[in-house]
Design a protein around this ligand. Structure first.
Ligand SMILES: *[C@@H]1O[C@H](CO)[C@@H](O)[C@H](O)[C@H]1NC(C)=O
Ligand SMILES: *[C@@H]1O[C@H](CO)[C@@H](O)[C@H](O)[C@H]1NC(C)=O
Ligand SMILES: *[C@@H]1O[C@H](CO)[C@@H](O)[C@H](O)[C@H]1NC(C)=O
Length: 417
C-alpha cells in the first residue's frame, strides 16, 4: 500500500505481473514447522500468514500469561499466496484474511494465489496445534482475501477480490471442512483483474452486521466518493437477497469493525482516517452516506479493531507506525482519543485484540521488520508497547519465505480457563 498512489494513475509493471505468473513451487513445502516447544503456560495463540507464493503458511505464536508471544509453529495451508498489483506491504488491500471461531475451534484462511480456502481445527488445550480438516476448497471466485462466519458458526462466507469477485458462502462441516452452499454466491461485478489492482477500486472485507440481518462487503473508491458498502439482506432461512443495496461514502474504506450493540460499523479509510456507516439508514434514508472523519497527519490508516475493556477502536496507521485510538459515542459520532506509536519505520498493518488476565492486548503486524508488536491497552487513552516479536527472522531461518510485502492477517484464539 503506497499512499502516494491514492487516486493517481497506477502504473502496472509488466515485469511484476509476469513475475507473479511465474511463481511455482521450488521446494516442496513442509506440512508443519516447529520453532519452539510447547509450554503449558499459554493463554492462547496469535495467528498470521506469509501469503507465500511458494507455499502459503499459517503461523502460530503462543500468548503467554504476560501476554507476550513465542513463535511456535508454521503450517502449510495446501495453497499458495499472491500479491495484489501495487508496490510495497499489504498484499490484499483487505482485512480479515484469517478467521477464528473460538466456539467451534476452527481457523479459516484463504489462499489468494490458488483461489482456495483452507480450514484447520484448533486444539483447545494447545491452540498453536492445528490440524487441517479435509483439503482446500475452491473459493467460488478469484483471489480470496477475507473470510468470516455467522455467530452460530455453521456458515462461512469468503470474499473474492479478483476478476471474478463477490461473496461465496459455505456450510461448516467439522469432519469435511467447508462445503459449498448451492445458490449462495453473489457477485460484486467490480471491474478488476486477478490479482487485483489497488488499493483504489478493490474489495476490502466481508462481515456480517452486528444483528446478522445483513452480509456486508466494503469496496474502496476507484474515483473520489465512489466507495460503498454492499449490503445483502440475510433472510431467516439463511439465504441472501439476490442483489445488494449500498451506502456510499468514504474514500478508501478498508475494513469493517462492528460497533457493539449498534447496527453500524467503523471502517479504516486509507485516504482520510476512518468512516462510520450506519446501517439503520438503509431503511430510513436510502440516500444517506457514511460519515467521513479526517485524521490530520495520517498517511495510510487501513485496519481496525475494537477493545471491550477500553470501549475504544484502534486503527492501524501504516505511515507513522502507530495505533490511533478512537471513541464512538451513543450518537455514532467518532473522536480521536490518542496516538500510540510503535518503533519508527515498523509500519502498522492488521491487528487483533484479545484479553489476557482481564486486560486487553493488541497484536499488530509490523510489516517492515516482519514482526508483531504487542500493545498493552492499559485503559482508555493509555497503551504501552510491551514486545516486538521478530518472527520473520525465525521463519526465514527455517527456510520459509516471509517478506515485508507479503506478511498478512492477524487473528487470536483465547483458551477457556
Ligand atoms: C507445567 O508443566 C510443568 C513441567 O511439565 C509441570 O511441572 C507443571 O505442573 C505444569 N503446570 C501446569 C499448570 O499444568
Ligand atoms: C475496466 O477497467 C479497464 C482498466 O482500467 C478499463 O480499460 C475498462 O474500460 C474497464 N471496463 C469497464 C466496463 O469499465
Ligand atoms: C503519531 O505520533 C507520532 C509520534 O509523535 C507522530 O510522528 C505521528 O505523526 C502521529 N500520527 C498521527 C496520525 O497523528
Amino acid at each position: 500500500m503506497n499512499p502516494k498512489n491514492s487516486f493517481r494513475v497506477i502504473v502496472v509493471f509488466a515485469s511484476f505481473v509476469s513475475a507473479l505468473a511465474a511463481t511455482c513451487p521450488v521446494n516442496a513445502p513442509r506440512n508443519v514447522v516447529t520453532f519452539s516447544t510447547a509450554t503449558n503456560e499459554s493463554t492462547g495463540t496469535a495467528y498470521f500468514m506469509n501469503d507465500g507464493v511458494h507455499g502459503n503458511y499459517i503461523f502460530a505464536a503462543d500468548i503467554g500469561t504476560d501476554a507476550k508471544l513465542i513463535l511456535r509453529k508454521g503450517y502449510f495451508t495446501g495453497g499458495f499466496g499472491a500479491h495484489g498489483i501495487h508496490e510495497g506491504p499489504d498484499p490484499f488491500f483487505s482485512q480479515g484474511s484469517i478467521h477464528v471461531n473460538e466456539d467451534k475451534r476452527i481457523l479459516m484462511i484463504p489462499n489468494a494465489g490458488s483461489n482456495s480456502l483452507t480450514t484447520f481445527r484448533i486444539n483447545p488445550t494447545d491452540p498453536s496445534d492445528l490440524k487441517m480438516i479435509g483439503n482446500p476448497v475452491p473459493s467460488g471466485g478469484e483471489y480470496p482475501v477475507s473470510i468470516t462466519m455467522n455467530k452460530a458458526g455453521d456458515m462461512a462466507c469468503a470474499l473474492n477480490g479478483g476478476r471474478i469477485n463477490g461473496v461465496s458462502c459455505f456450510k461448516l462441516d467439522l469432519e469435511k471442512g467447508l462445503v459449498p452452499l448451492p445458490g449462495m454466491t453473489r457477485y460484486l461485478n467490480i471491474n478488476q483483474t486477478t490479482p487485483p489492482v489497488g488499493p483504489e477500486g478493490s474489495a476490502g472485507q466481508v462481515e456480517f452486521s452486528e444483528d446478522e440481518k445483513y452480509l456486508l462487503v466494503i469496496v474502496k473508491g476507484s474515483t473520489p466518493s465512489s466507495a460503498y458498502v454492499a449490503v445483502w439482506d440475510v433472510y431467516p432461512d439463511g439465504s441472501f437477497s439476490p442483489t445488494f443495496r449500498t451506502i456510499s461514502g468514504g474514500f478508501l474504506p478498508w475494513s469493517i469493525t462492528n460497533i457493539p450493540g449498534r447496527n453500524a460499523f467503523i471502517s479504516a479509510d486509507g485516504l482520510v482516517g476512518y468512516d462510520i456507516y450506519d446501517l439503520e439508514l438503509l431503511e430510513s434514508d436510502p440516500g444517506a452516506r457514511a460519515t467521513e472523519y479526517v485524521i490530520p497527519k495520517q498517511i495510510a490508516i487501513c485496519w481496525s479493531a475494537y477493545s471491550r475493556s477500553t470501549d475504544n477502536y484502534y486503527l492501524a496507521e501504516f505511515g507513522t507506525s502507530s495505533l490511533i485510538e478512537i471513541h464512538v459515542d451513543e450518537n455514532l459520532k467518532g473522536s480521536t482519543v490518542a496516538n500510540h506509536t510503535a518503533n519508527a519505520n515498523d509500519g502498522s498493518a492488521e491487528l487483533a485484540i484479545t484479553s489476557v488476565g482481564g486486560k486487553d492486548y493488541a497484536y499488530n503486524i509490523a510489516p517492515n521488520p516482519t514482526a508483531i508488536n504487542v500493545f498493552s491497552l492499559d485503559g482508555p487513552g493509555r497503551a504501552t508497547l510491551i514486545q516486538t516479536l521478530y518472527a520473520g527472522a525465525q521463519i526465514r531461518a527455517a527456510g520459509i519465505e516471509m517478506s515485508p510485502d507479503y506478511i498478512a492477517g492477524m487473528a487470536v484464539y483465547r483458551k477457556r480457563q
